[in-house]
Write a protein that binds this ligand. Structure first.
Ligand SMILES: O=P(O)(O)OC[C@H]1O[C@H](O)[C@H](O)[C@@H](O)[C@@H]1O
Length: 285
């Protein structure tokens, strides 16, 4: 039985657990279609705050929430409505390589009355293999008007020690520094090591990065297609203290490496589709 579901008191699916043949597993909450756990080769790869709130209202702190149709602050609440709306579980499919589950979000009364009033069909396909997790976000414009959006898969990766965590693949790439409020910064050196509050949008970033951990025998290969940018975020000490759903020292245990199209919006004409894919694979060093 490669997929197990739980339901809320209305009988609606609120959690889906995908189980691979060799012990890999992935948990998806239908609130936001948020992945809250990915276990591969016996190890948890995703960070979820111990103080995360599961009240079907707030965004879940940690995991991999879906940001759509707006990244950051703007006309809509921060990071848009997809991460705080219940998605529908469409079912699953097994193959020799793994198990796949699909989740659907379409417009509702609230979104059509919002500053982003369009009709849309958003499908998140979660594929779990033995050593990889592949997330495909498909956006369909089912409206009669063109719309634009920014979107991202806000992945929080787990680390035992942020000081020994290294991100490779971004040297020479221009980034927007949201901490300094500057554009066109470049980090010349590889790898990137986090030493303070970090909030960067690497614009038109390369599709493949490597995330490695000191004294560990496995690293993560992070690959995007369709998405233009990578966002790297760690709140560090002061911001962490100000977040009610995040422990004061949890910044030491996580790094967000988010695949998205956020610096320039995606423009989608009526009737058209767009897809962004984010694949994470465990590799032996
Ligand atoms: O606190 P949240 O709304 O979940 O946002 C958490 C973070 O998400 C992204 O990484 C943004 O670049 C940050 O500016 C933001 O602080």
């Amino acid at each position: 039985m490669p997929v197990k579901t739980t339901t809320d008191h209305y009988g609606i699916v609120d959690k889906v657990v995908l189980m691979g043949a060799t012990g890999s597993a992935c948990v998806v909450h239908t609130h936001g279609a948020t992945i809250t756990s990915w276990i591969s080769l016996g190890k948890e790869r995703i960070f979820l705050s111990k103080q995360a709130i599961f009240n079907d209202v707030k965004a879940i702190r940690g995991g991999i929430p879906v940001v759509f149709p707006q990244f950051g602050p703007g006309k809509l609440p921060q990071h848009g409505f997809a991460r705080v709306t219940r998605w529908e579980f469409l079912g699953h499919k097994d193959s020799v390589d793994g198990v796949q589950a699909r989740f659907l979000l379409t417009e509702n009364e609230k979104t059509v009355a919002s500053p982003w009033p369009y009709k849309f069909r958003l499908v998140l396909t979660v594929f779990l293999g033995e050593t990889d997790l592949k997330l495909s976000l498909n956006v369909e414009n089912t409206d009669t008007r063109e719309f634009d959006f920014t979107s991202l898969l806000h992945a929080y990766f787990r680390t035992n020690d942020i000081n020994g965590t290294r991100l490779q693949g971004l040297a020479g790439i221009k980034y927007v520094d949201k901490v300094l409020g500057t554009r066109d910064e470049v980090n010349p050196e590889e790898p990137l090591v986090i030493t303070g509050s970090t909030d960067r949008v690497y614009v038109d970033a390369p599709d493949s990065l490597a995330l490695s951990f000191e004294n560990e025998s496995e690293s993560l290969q992070l690959t995007k297609t369709g998405f233009n940018d990578f966002v790297v975020w760690n709140p560090w000490i002061e911001l962490a203290k100000g977040m009610s759903d995040f422990g004061d020292t949890e910044y030491q245990e996580m790094l967000c490496v988010e695949a998205g199209s956020v610096d320039s919006p995606v423009v989608l004409p009526a009737g058209q589709h767009w897809e962004g894919v984010y694949t994470m694979s465990v590799q032996k060093n």
